[in-house]
Design a protein around this ligand. Structure first.
Ligand SMILES: [Zn+2]
Ligand SMILES: [Zn+2]
Length: 249
């Protein structure tokens, strides 16, 4: 007769995929950061340091020169509103385990993928997240929430919150209008598409917050969220994502 504790452990193991979400290899139950194998974990390309002091993007050679201004920000984040004080991402969104994890969580219904993603985020953004009180997931549109059944940014925020000891304020941001998916849009269209799409719903006054999402491309969605949080009285807003994708032409 199994003890209730052992039964619970067995049930938890059953809830985890037996195969690595990156390569399909067999995973021993209850392995650290379950959901992905050690090989795939090491195959993900980390953003690495030193990058831009504000957004972590690798700097062009000319940006590394010790000009006082240029040393602070890079070309990539220069157009972001001041309300998005910082951004951090763990890995590059390239073919392989990183893309597999993002797709497993977003389209495959594998919420367990949030575990290894949050682990990578906690490592990459440890310094930034140390002072953060509230994690705020990018809200999903009502239609997409119905289709998917859950907000992948919310699942990711909860997994990250458990790791770094920050509260998750799922309802702190609301979408005030539906937007087209950013995937098919060019960089300039991405900014206009999300302009004014979010509003703060309260509960954030004076708090240091981090907006959470799976992928940062231009930063447009996260910046719109940060701007809404700042307008709603947040003390400081940053953004943390699992992956960073190349900006499309
Ligand atoms: Zn693997
Ligand atoms: Zn930058």
């Amino acid at each position: 007769m199994a003890t209730p504790g052992a039964l619970l452990r067995d049930l938890e193991a059953l809830a985890l995929p037996a195969a690595c979400l990156g390569c399909g290899a067999y995973l021993p139950a209850a392995s650290e950061g379950a959901g992905i194998c050690a090989v795939c974990g090491s195959r993900m390309r980390r953003l690495g340091a030193p990058g831009c002091a504000r957004c972590g993007q690798p700097l062009d050679p000319w940006e590394r020169r010790p000009h006082a201004e240029a040393a602070r920000t890079c070309g990539f984040c220069r157009t972001w509103p001041d309300s998005m004080v910082w951004a951090a991402s763990a890995v590059w969104m390239v073919d392989g385990p990183a893309r597999e994890l993002v797709h497993a969580l977003k389209y495959g219904g594998w919420r367990v993928a949030a575990g290894p993603m949050a682990a990578a985020m906690a490592r990459a953004a440890a310094g930034r997240l140390a002072g953060v009180e509230l994690l705020v997931p990018v809200p999903l549109g009502a239609r997409r929430l119905r289709e998917r059944g859950y907000n992948q940014a919310g699942v990711l925020a909860r997994a990250l919150g458990e790791r770094v000891g920050a509260r998750v304020a799922e309802g702190a941001l609301v979408r005030v209008r539906e937007t087209r998916t950013q995937t098919a849009l060019g960089p300039a269209q991405r900014w206009t598409n999300v302009q004014g799409a979010f509003a703060a719903a309260g509960g954030i006054a004076g708090a240091k917050v981090a907006v959470v999402d799976d992928v940062l491309t231009t930063g447009a969605t996260l910046a719109a969220c940060a701007a809404a949080l700042a307008a709603g009285g947040a003390g400081e807003a940053g953004a943390v994502t699992f992956a960073r994708a190349a900006v499309p032409d």
